[in-house]
Design a protein around this ligand. Sequence first.
Ligand SMILES: *[C@@H]1O[C@H](CO)[C@@H](O)[C@H](O)[C@H]1NC(C)=O
Ligand SMILES: *[C@@H]1O[C@H](CO)[C@@H](O)[C@H](O)[C@H]1NC(C)=O
Length: 455
Amino acid sequence: MTNPKKIHLFWLVVSMVIAFPEMPVSAVDLQIGTPAGPQCFGISRGQHFVLGFSDNHDSRSETRELTILVVAFSNRQTSVTISSKYEVAGRPFLESFVIGAGGFRRTVLPAELVMEGTERSLKGIEISASSDVSAYGLMYQDFTTDGFLGIPTNNLGTQYVLVTGPPLSPWRSQFSVIGTEDSTLVQVTLRGRVTFEGEDYDAGDAFRFRVDQLEAVQIQGAPGQDLTGSIVQTNKPVAVFSGNECANNPRSTCDTLTEQLVPIKSWGKKHIYTSARSTDRNNYRIVAYFTETIVTIPGFGNRSLDTGEFWEGDLYGSGSVSSTEPTLMMQQLVNINGEQLDPSLIQVPAVEHFGFIFGFTTPPYFGESSEGVFNFIGIIVKTNARQTVFLNGSPINGTNVIESNVPNTDYTSLTVQLPKGEGFYFVEQTDSQNPLSVIVYGYENDESYGYAAGL
Ligand SMILES: *[C@@H]1O[C@H](CO)[C@@H](O)[C@H](O)[C@H]1NC(C)=O
Ligand SMILES: *[C@@H]1O[C@H](CO)[C@@H](O)[C@H](O)[C@H]1NC(C)=O
């Protein structure tokens, strides 16, 4: 089921490519190309990353703290350099360190590296490591915090579909494009209204700009405009971040939302979402790029989506969403055990992203009451391989664990409540036939964060 306006957007993407023949990307090619099958278990570990911190709403910005967490997986030492060309007090940021075997390091960056409003800047942040690492960004600000999982440059793409949370006026939804190479051509096809470099653009319009290596262009929608479904196409790989400076759930305060997006080439056809209890409710958005993508959603049957279209709705507990073409599924944290939370964006791992070892930390104490965030992980594992999952080397059992079958699948959902305060954790699956997924999230008074531990 498509309406004429939706078809129009798809043809606009195609015709923009035809109208600008120097643009060496083609939506048409991507339509025809068969998407890659299951990847070699995950795209989020690597040796080189280009990241950025998206805008947070301004009040209490004096409490802003940017941290990057690097987790090393090598059994030897890993040398890491984090840098940015953007100058703070006349100096670009540069920090180098060594992480011991299987260790981690948290680095605090200058708060000035946050991209502010619609701007072009050199606020891209580069991470280089001598062996594979995972990298996470966490922007803390009183009552408005979120985190994201970094995707290494070798797994970035040239085609993305933006996903934000439902916008809350007067705050803005936003995205940023950060170059990994000089002179990268970027084309954006919009689903919401923006003003960029003095020009106004409406939903359905497309516009283009260039970015250089580590140059970051952040673009905000007009207040309350939803940019979800907008398409970013480039001629060289770029990092794309999207979210909201502040968004809320019904009856919650507003909270910043940020994720680094998985490129279309690494989307998956089967997503398993999870929360601890069958009464826990989350909001989800599923975006499509490929025409006539049929998405099967528990309780909602089949939905047909075209390029840039999305389904949004609430789902309870855990379940499986499958689609005839790859899609991206985004979770917005809403409700845990009857408690209405501030939102946080979490990309739901597709089965194609499942892996065998994940390392992450829970955040240090922060928030209003300063007693720390309630931290959780949600693990999805094949039921017959549940006994071979270990958390910091120990079996996962005990009173801090909630376990259930994912309805209509052969998967089990394990939710583990972790202690408050900063902790360093490894989840490992020793059964080499049965990869799993992990998401990390937490909440406090008027505060929440969340991200996949691996994608
Ligand atoms: C839903 O879509 C799937 C995949 O195309 C198909 O196998 C199934 O029969 C459809 N179900 C209904 C009720 O249309
Ligand atoms: C957890 O599992 C291990 C190994 O199966 C067992 O020895 C231990 O007693 C269990 N702990 C609890 C609290 O059930």
